[in-house]
Write a protein that binds this ligand. Structure first.
Ligand SMILES: Nc1ncnc2c1ncn2[C@@H]1O[C@H](COP(=O)(O)OP(=O)(O)OP(=O)(O)O)[C@@H](O)[C@H]1O
Length: 310
């Protein structure tokens, strides 16, 4: 594995339009998952993920939808090799395709390599992330730790500068570096977590219900931030939530999961206007705001083109 350092991201320009992004997923994948299966082998065996195959394109936002318990988190944690017993990956593979052209088989990575790989290439933000900040350590020290561990050659001055820059990138004043987590609102703490996930310039972000615990206004602000950052930095996102209306707004493509399987995968607008699978239709119908006479679904025209929230 090579170290990307602070490599410029100009080569990772996010494609402009939805169709361009869908094509990009096929021609320039950043992650390919083939026939991936996970079981929880407890007293009762649960087949949580069944033969899932999907491709994440460079710079695309792929939404993963489905009701509670369908296996979304298990798939995300499985890809990143974060599952703990009794979970067992029973089949399939996941490959990371780097910007530089090399391919990493995630099943082949050992402990140390895996730790290095995680923050560096695939970063993860999950629902309770903001509560995983250490309460007795300043934001600055927690952010700097990432660089001390993964970029040991970086000077102290550069580390500090970079931490401040990262905070500003997610809309938090750099003066907050001196704060302790309890001095920040939930929304700010979640922004800090997103800044930390971006620290090493990962090519993939896996976001598992990252805004669910936040109120709607803060949630929308953060989503706007994520789509803006994706456009600027070119990372790809797997965005997991049971909130289908939200996914329809931010995703390029959406995969619908049911009982461990992906039953439909397609362009977000296409999936909304012309759902193919019966279950997708049911899922859409379960959100009255999407199916009412006027509906809340506002994604259209130029808005859909640039992937920004209105
Ligand atoms: N530690 C565990 N032991 C046994 N079964 C588990 C365990 N964790 C999850 N499961 C089961 O695996 C299945 C998939 O769970 P998972 O959490 O991946 O679904 P999800 O779609 O992410 O749900 P949610 O939206 O509620 O987080 C469920 O049937 C769940 O009960």
């Amino acid at each position: 594995m090579t170290d990307l350092g602070d490599r410029p991201v100009s080569d990772a320009r996010a494609p402009e339009s939805l169709s361009e992004r869908a094509a990009e997923a096929r021609t320039h994948p950043v992650l390919t998952i083939d026939d991936f299966s996970v079981e929880y082998k407890g007293d009762r065996v649960v087949k949580a993920v069944r033969n899932v195959s999907l491709t994440l394109g460079r710079g695309e936002i792929l939404g993963l939808a489905g009701e509670s318990g369908c296996g979304k988190s298990t798939l995300a944690y499985g890809i990143n090799r974060l599952l703990k017993p009794p979970a067992v990956i029973t089949g399939g593979s996941a490959h990371f395709h780097s910007r530089e052209g090399y391919v990493i088989d995630l099943n082949e990575l050992g402990g140390e390599e895996l730790r290095a790989f995680r923050w560096d290439k695939i970063a993860m933000v999950f629902q309770g992330a903001m509560n995983s900040l250490n309460p007795v350590i300043t934001i600055q020290r927690q952010m700097e730790d990432i660089f001390s561990t993964h970029r040991p050659d970086m000077s102290r001055k550069d580390r500090r500068m970079r931490c401040g820059d990262l905070l500003e990138r997610v809309g938090v004043d750099r003066a907050r570096l001196r704060s302790f987590p309890h001095e920040l609102s939930g929304g700010m703490r979640q922004r800090v977590m997103i800044a930390m996930a971006m620290a090493l310039d990962p090519q993939v972000m896996i976001m598992d219900e990252p805004t669910t615990a936040l109120d709607v206004v803060v949630q929308r602000e953060i989503l706007r931030e994520i789509t803006r950052l994706r456009a600027a930095l070119g990372f790809a996102v797997i965005f997991i939530t049971h909130d289908l209306p939200l996914l329809l707004e931010i995703s390029d493509r959406i995969a619908v999961m049911r009982e461990g399987e992906i039953v439909e995968l397609g362009d977000a607008v296409e999936l909304y206007t012309n759902p193919r699978h019966e279950y997708t239709r049911k899922l859409l119908a379960s959100f009255p705001s999407l199916t009412g006479e006027r509906g809340d679904f506002i994604r259209s025209g130029s808005h859909a083109q640039n992937g920004e929230l209105v």
